[in-house]
Ligand binder design. Sequence first.
Ligand code: HEC
Length: 129
Amino acid sequence: MLEITACRAMLAALLLSASCALAACATADTPATTASSDALESARIERGQHLAVTNCSGCHAIGRSGDSRHPMAPPFRQLSRNYHVNELEEAFAEGVLVGHPDMPEFTLSPEDVDSLLSYIQSVQERRGA
Ligand code: HEC
């Protein structure tokens, strides 16, 4: 129970910071793309996918289709419905993931977080914008 309460509190904080940041993000969010940064990015995505398969796919649908095995776990491709994906970085870094119910503790290095986020970003459903 304690765990879930802590999780809720962190989620609330996360949502707050996400919605504050959202207004600013529309303009701030245009990464420069060059050939070499593309290559780096695909390497990151690949690594992130591997991490997701290994650590997350037991509960979350991690690809572009399919259902999560855990009924409460949101499919990764839908995370941007609730969060600006960039905002997740902070959440990962601060250990929100450790807070979710049923979820084993992960120790993710900053590189792992980066990779996972790149991967998650790469499978987001494109909606409207
Ligand atoms: C044992 C099951 C399980 C595993 C493994 C798991 N998750 Fe989750 N995850 C959940 C559940 C359940 C929720 C929904 C929590 C809620 O709604 O309170 C969730 C929610 C999330 C959320 C939404 C934010 C939040 O806290 O609600 C993110 C992001 C997330 N998981 C990322 C990951 C990542 C990344 C991995 C792999 C490193 C992972 N999860 C592995 C069960 C799991």
